[in-house]
Design a binder for this molecule. Structure first.
Ligand SMILES: Cc1cc2nc3c(=O)[nH]c(=O)nc-3n(C[C@H](O)[C@H](O)[C@H](O)COP(=O)(O)OP(=O)(O)OC[C@H]3O[C@@H](n4cnc5c(N)ncnc54)[C@H](O)[C@@H]3O)c2cc1C
Length: 284
């Protein structure tokens, strides 16, 4: 049962920060509420005050320049999946977003809320880490920008300070010949394994080393060490198997209803290979 709380609707970032400071630990930022209200209903979290940032018009923007995609903190999964700019400049993200949860959650839940909650069974973090995305934060003493890889610090843990809010997520756009893939395995409400791969393949070989990040299976996304595969034959089954093995070794899977540690490690290998295969299939 939900206990009594007050919702404070704010129309500017300054107002949100004022309330953040005034209420301290007695308030949480409230966006779609898909995690927050669930946690409050279950009684695992209690905030007497919610600071509703949805009315802040500037936080809803999604825009792209030549080299960066900027997604405002109140943009929902549904907004992102349908946005024509996102579909044009980063179709892999639009596709990932279209497969998050169900339409009700996507229509209310935001990308910023997904990152801020730090729930490990999530899709966006691994792709965002693979792409080198950053979280833009604003606090009472100023703004800062953190790589997603440093923003998520553990299971339900982030580097968000008590006086800060997320303004936006900035994603560097891959060069034209860079291929991006995200594949996942899911039998429950949320993904059990997600693998993002980012690489350029030229004349059948990786240019530099492929970027591979595994998410949803561990406490936080894990980048796979792939430096030994720089310039390797991308079509070679042996190369893909070796990368899959490295992916399995990079994670410490959490056993849960979706499977035990060894099973999940096996899934990581299978899905790492699928991510690489899909990336190679689309390469020039
Ligand atoms: C049934 C179900 C299925 C799901 N399936 C998937 C799935 O398949 N894949 C997946 O990736 N995710 C899944 N999710 C998670 C979903 O993506 C998140 O619930 C959603 O993105 C959270 O966003 P929100 O706006 O609702 O956050 P809220 O619930 O409003 O907030 C979540 C947390 O983020 C904080 N927060 C929100 N916005 C800000 C901000 N601007 N600045 C600072 N802190 C902020 C809040 O204080 C809170 O701690 C699922 C969730 C549910 C309920």
């Amino acid at each position: 049962m939900l206990r009594r709380f007050d919702v404070h609707k704010v129309t500017s970032v300054a107002e949100a920060l004022d309330l953040r400071q005034r209420f301290g630990a007695d308030a949480a930022i409230y966006a779609g509420g898909t995690e927050l209200l669930l946690a409050m209903k279950m009684g695992v979290a209690r905030w007497p005050n919610l600071i509703d940032v949805k009315p802040i018009a500037s936080l809803a923007d999604i825009s792209a320049t030549r080299d960066t995609l900027r997604i405002g903190a109140t943009a929902t999964h549904w907004d992102i999946e349908r946005n024509t700019e996102v579909r044009r400049v980063l179709p892999a993200l639009a596709q990932l977003e279209a497969n998050v949860a169900n339409v009700r959650v996507r229509a209310a839940g935001t990308l910023a809320g997904n990152l801020a909650f730090g729930e490990p069974h999530a899709d966006p973090p691994s792709l965002l880490v693979a792409l080198g995305a950053r979280v833009l934060l604003e606090g009472k003493v100023g703004s800062r920008s953190l790589p997603v890889a440093e923003f998520i610090t553990g299971m339900y843990e982030t580097a968000l300070a008590a006086d800060e809010i997320i303004l936006a997520i900035e994603i560097p756009l891959p060069a034209r010949d860079v291929r991006v893939a995200y594949v996942k395995f899911q039998i429950l409400e949320r993904p059990s394994v997600g693998v993002a791969a980012v690489a350029t393949v030229r004349d059948g070989r990786f240019v530099g080393s492929p970027g591979v990040v595994v998410g949803a299976v561990d406490e936080m996304p894990r980048r796979v060490s792939t430096s030994q595969f720089a310039g390797a034959d991308a079509h070679d089954v042996g190369t893909r198997e070796a990368i899959a093995e490295a992916a399995g070794a990079a994670v410490e899977p959490t056993a849960d209803l979706a499977g035990d540690v060894e099973y999940k490690r096996h899934l990581v290998g299978v899905f790492a290979q699928r991510a690489l295969a899909s990336l190679v299939a689309t390469a020039a």
